[in-house]
Ligand binder design. Structure first.
Ligand code: SF4
Length: 330
């Protein structure tokens, strides 16, 4: 079997908490704790969870925008933690990111043409005339007119700006794009258009996507597989075609229960989670979900659940998944 395009092994990212006049370190925010995942060529992995669960930190750490506290990120078998700055510069052709807010990620003082030509300039590709031509090609590829090269980002709507962000991300024909809440800020109709554009590009360019979002219904729609995160850890991974019917983790089940069913005659019992998400500075012992889980027993407080295989393509971290599957179906 060929190596995955991306492999994240036991990734950990803590942020120090400082207090007092001397800003002494008094603790850590456990943003990402022992996260492992793989992504194949041309595949989409959805990473889903509530705000603050650490999913965006996973994306930024993969891109080296944040230094990991522990663990490894391998891309095409290469350990990204060992790369020099110049090696990273070359590798950034293959790994790109699309952020939630294109307004912040597009330089407001540059024309769209300058923004789209920048990756070619950085990588010393083409003549000025060729770069200008390529910028026009990119705009057409994402459904915008070539004439947009001479305009500024503020002259476009939110959806159009996200198209510009996507055009810049695909400029160097990457192998992987991290979509960090890339459609979360868009209106529903615009969101559907941008998702369709991403799926079209993925198919045509054999792109792998790490699709990070808080909305499981969107993630399930675009992804081949879904990984569910809670308080810095992945609690379940499964094919998106199976997760609705066969989810084993109580947290995944709660997320699924919140998705409206398209058929008004079908009803699904909504699982309402009690209490707030605990602080990532002092995460609960054992299973981090035990303070909100209706099925928690003593062992859940004491012992971190191991990662177990439900099937070849589904894994879960829950002490009671076997019993619960029998009790509540799945
Ligand atoms: Fe709930 Fe226990 Fe499973 Fe955690 S390990 S999800 S607390 S049943």
């Amino acid at each position: 079997m060929s190596a995955p395009l991306l492999e994240v092994r036991n990734l950990t990212k803590f942020f120090p908490v400082r207090a007092g006049v001397l800003l002494r370190k008094v603790g850590d925010v456990h943003a990402v704790d022992d996260v492992s995942l793989t992504l194949g060529r041309g595949e989409t992995l959805g990473l889903v969870g509530e705000s603050g669960c650490g999913k965006s930190t996973v994306g930024k750490t993969i891109l080296n925008l944040l230094k990991p506290t522990g663990g490894k990120v391998l891309f095409e078998g290469r350990d990204l933690g060992t790369l020099s700055r110049s090696e990273w510069r070359v590798l950034r052709r293959d790994i790109q990111i699309i952020f939630q807010d294109p307004t912040e990620s597009l330089n407001a003082r540059h024309t769209v043409g300058q923004i789209l030509e920048e990756p070619f300039v950085i990588h010393k590709l083409g003549t000025p005339e060729e770069r200008n031509e390529w910028a026009g090609d990119l705009l057409e590829r994402v459904g915008l007119p070539r004439s947009a090269v001479s305009r500024f980002p503020h002259e476009f709507s939110g959806g159009q700006r996200q198209r510009i962000g996507i055009a810049r991300a695909i400029a160097l024909k990457p192998k992987l794009i991290v979509c960090d809440e890339a459609v979360s800020a868009l209106d529903v109709s615009v969101r559907a258009q941008i998702i369709n554009l991403l799926l079209e590009l993925q198919r045509d360019m054999e792109l792998a996507l790490l699709f990070i979002a808080h909305d499981l219904s969107v993630v399930r729609h675009v992804s081949n597989r879904v990984a569910v995160m809670y308080l810095g850890r992945i609690v379940e991974q499964a094919p998106s075609s199976e997760i609705s019917e066969h989810a084993c983790h109580p947290y995944t089940r709660a997320l699924i229960s919140a998705i409206p069913l398209p058929d008004p005659d079908r009803k699904r019992e909504r699982i309402v989670l009690e209490g707030d998400v605990p602080s990532p500075v002092t995460p609960p012992t054992g299973c981090r979900f035990h303070t909100r889980c209706a099925h928690a027993v003593k062992v859940c407080e004491e012992k971190t659940p191991e990662w177990e295989s439900v099937s070849e393509r589904q894994q879960v971290a829950c002490h009671r998944w076997r019993e619960l599957r029998g009790e509540i179906g799945g």
